[in-house]
Design a protein around this ligand. Structure first.
Ligand code: NDP
Length: 673
């Protein structure tokens, strides 16, 4: 393969770095793959470009437009994935490892795209929580909102997932409407650059939305402001250096870190040898040691078992690891490829030596062995054992970032919890148990130290996504030693790139600011039934007022007979009167809903296709026989899902003859756009 110089993408053009070029070697045989440099880039200018060109262009788009952009980016990656798989092998990764990185990366874009269209409004402002009443007459209210930060996101990524690592940060950032500057780790920057190129060539992104630095970041940090976000994945030492940069501290730059983590997996006290949970535990530890050659931030570094089962765990794990074929990642029968570089292998060997010096002993594998191709960064899996994990602090501190794990005994549940927490904060923990009591005790004792926890047993393992897989819909990150940051987690992750602001004003102003109807906000009464209008013809605040109907005792009794709901409050005048809530028999809440629908529904086929649910239902005032009810149906918000369908959220307000609110809820309908 020809050595190429990787290019930076700055100010919307591909730019070679000047000065000294760093060489990147293949993990398989040490041959040169690419050279790289970011020398001569105007880092301050790149930030300015992101803020002044990329940000405004992204902020013009609604959440849904940005979500559709993410989907198109994912499709572009998938269409050219084979080019990326070819480069993936050079990082030492097998095709299966590459699948996590490349297709897992595209999958993350798809997931955020779909969440964005389902959970965010087709608007620019995201409301956070409900309106807070702040005054007696309701003229002065509070509403929290999120808006896009107006700076740039600086993404500094680790070497181990060159594609996914970039995309899992870009997805929430772009959905939030914030431009990004991506800096991949040098060791695998050629794969990131290729995936980045696919995104640029797709033509989907607005100008200035993304830029790429292949090499050092120069004086970039000197130009950061309080509207920027740094999102970092890598070692604790680099994280510390960057988060204490004087400009980061002075400007209160948001800093999200995901760093070293001594993740644990725990065999439950009930999971004796011979149980499915025992076998699942052994399998999971072996998988986590060998997938991506153990170079995963979530990999299991500490495997804990009840003391009496530790020998059996050791034997079963050693057996499994012995059959792991280490070799050329391009070969079909290879189970584990190479580490990213010979330097990384040296680092792992040194960390193993530190663990040994602290008292752990190797019980399977040989760190000195160099399987497979000459010049490559191959290493066989190495299993250590620490018989006294309380006296061997290093097993909770030193992270060999490779195919290495340490088994250790625990005495009882309290001991297991304390040992797990001794990692001082981890990204992921798995517990293998069939006992709900054990699960409850363990999670309550250890959740504060862990970002994600899996409880695995014979009933869920087949569908389990595994200990080591961060998922776009779940939080990825962990407290303390793991960096204290959070990424992804669905829409939670988007909010890291947005500012939450408390707005205090009148309902009319809140409606104008958010572009959504809020209770007490302006309504426009319309005279065409809204079920006859397409979404494009409906406006926020459009209101349909129904005539009223009276509810009789016969109606209540008929409903009770018909549905079988003969609760005392509807059927027994004396008992209802005796209750502290009612003055006598009342209409069923469900009867009120049914009559409300009967009043506001327009029956013929038309642009409203289906009722898909009710949310936030509250019954506020009892409705007595002889009372009447009427409905105001108001368009609260709209979101178009595709060319064929969209969702309208209607505010439904049911009033009695005294104009008191009887019930309120949101009605969701599937509509023709
Ligand atoms: P580093 O912290 O050295 O590198 C991580 C990223 O930071 C890379 O993109 C690197 O770029 C960049 N970087 C390094 N120094 C600076 C700086 N001064 N300013 C700006 N950016 C900088 O980690 P490594 O990737 O070398 O891995 C080392 C160890 O980190 C591993 O052995 C492992 O223990 C841990 N790690 C943890 C991961 C996790 O997800 N939790 C993932 C990967 C590693 P460049 O490559 O160009 O130096």
């Amino acid at each position: 393969m020809k050595t190429v110089q990787l290019l930076n993408y700055a100010l919307d053009s591909w730019t070679p770095g000047g000065g000294q070029l760093a060489e990147i070697a293949s993990a398989i045989d040490g041959s040169p793959v690419a050279t790289t440099s970011s020398g001569g880039l105007d880092f301050g200018g790149m930030l300015k470009h992101a803020r002044e060109v990329g940000g405004p262009a992204l902020r013009k788009l609604t959440f849904h437009e940005r979500a559709r952009m993410l989907k198109a980016l994912g499709q572009a990656i998938m269409a050219r994935k084979e080019e990326l798989y070819e480069l993936n092998y050079l990082t030492g990764a097998t095709r299966k490892d590459g699948w996590i990185d490349i297709e897992g990366g595209a999958g993350t874009l798809f997931s955020f795209s779909s969440k964005g269209r389902r959970e965010l409004p087709d608007a620019h402002v995201l409301m956070d929580g409900a309106l807070e009443p702040l005054s007696k007459n309701g003229t002065f209210v509070g509403q929290h909102i999120y808006t896009s930060l107006q700076g740039a996101a600086v993404h500094i990524n680790a070497f181990n997932f060159p594609v996914w690592g970039m995309l899992e940060k870009l997805a929430p950032t772009l959905l939030a409407g914030v431009p990004a500057i991506v800096k991949p780790a040098s060791a695998t920057a050629y794969l990131t650059e290729a995936a980045f190129r696919v995104m640029i060539e797709s033509g989907v992104l607005p100008t200035g939305a993304v830029q790429l630095i292949v090499g050092g970041v120069g004086d970039l940090f000197d130009h950061l402001t309080g509207q920027d976000v740094v999102s970092f994945t890598g070692s604790a030492s680099t994280a510390l250096k960057l988060r204490t940069h004087p400009v980061v501290m002075r400007e209160s730059v948001r800093f999200i870190a995901e760093q070293d983590s001594l993740n644990a997996s725990v065999l439950g006290p009930d999971a004796a040898p011979g149980t499915p949970e025992f076998d699942l535990f052994v399998r999971e530890v072996a998988i986590e040691m060998t997938v991506k050659a153990g170079q995963k931030c979530t990999a299991i570094r500490r495997a804990m078992a009840p003391a009496q089962y530790l020998d059996a765990v050791q034997e079963a794990l050693a057996d499994r690891l012995a059959s792991t074929k280490v070799g050329d990642p391009r070969a079909e029968d290879t189970r584990m490829g190479a580490l990213v570089s010979t330097a990384q292998r040296e680092d792992v060997r040194q960390k193993i030596a530190e663990l040994e010096a602290a008292g752990a002993r190797i019980v399977a594998g040989d760190p000195a062995a160099e399987p497979a191709l000459a010049g490559g960064a191959f290493l066989s899996p190495v299993l250590l054992r620490a018989d006294d994990p309380w006296a061997t602090q290093a097993v909770h501190d030193v992270e060999p970032f490779g195919p290495v794990s340490t088994i250790m005994p625990y005495r009882d549940m309290d001991d297991a919890i304390a040992l797990a927490n001794r990692g001082k904060g981890s990204l992921a923990l798995s517990l293998f148990t069939l006992s709900p009591d054990a699960a409850q005790e363990f999670v309550r004792g250890a959740a504060a130290y862990h970002g994600r926890m899996l409880v695995i047993d014979r009933t869920n393992h087949k569908e389990s996504t595994g200990h080591g897989s961060p998922l776009p819909v779940l939080v990825h990150g962990g407290p303390g030693r793991a960096g204290g940051g959070e990424e992804m987690g669905g829409i939670r992750g988007v909010k890291h790139y947005m500012q939450r602001t408390a707005i205090q004003s009148s309902p009319t102003m809140i409606a104008a600011i958010t572009g959504q109807y809020v209770p007490g906000g302006p309504k426009h009464v319309i005279d065409v039934h809204p079920f006859r209008l397409k979404m494009s013809e409906l406006n926020i605040g459009d209101t349909w007022e129904t005539p009223s109907r009276t509810v009789s005792v016969q109606d209540i009794e008929h409903f009770a007979e018909f549905t079988g709901d003969k609760f005392y409050a509807h059927m027994d005048e004396e008992a209802a009167k005796a209750s502290p809530i009612f003055e006598g028999r009342v209409a069923h809440g469900y009867l009120i809903l049914s009559f409300a629908a009967g009043l506001f529904v327009d029956p013929d086929p038309g642009p409203v296709l289906a009722n898909t649910g009710l949310e936030n239902l509250r019954f506020l005032t009892p409705l007595y026989p002889g009372d009447s009810l009427r409905v105001e149906l108001t368009v609260r918000s709209k979101s178009i899902k595709s060319e064929e369908t969209g969702q309208v959220r209607w505010a439904v307000e049911v009033y009695n003859q005294k104009d008191e609110l009887v019930a309120t809820y949101d009605l969701l309908t599937e509509n023709v756009p």
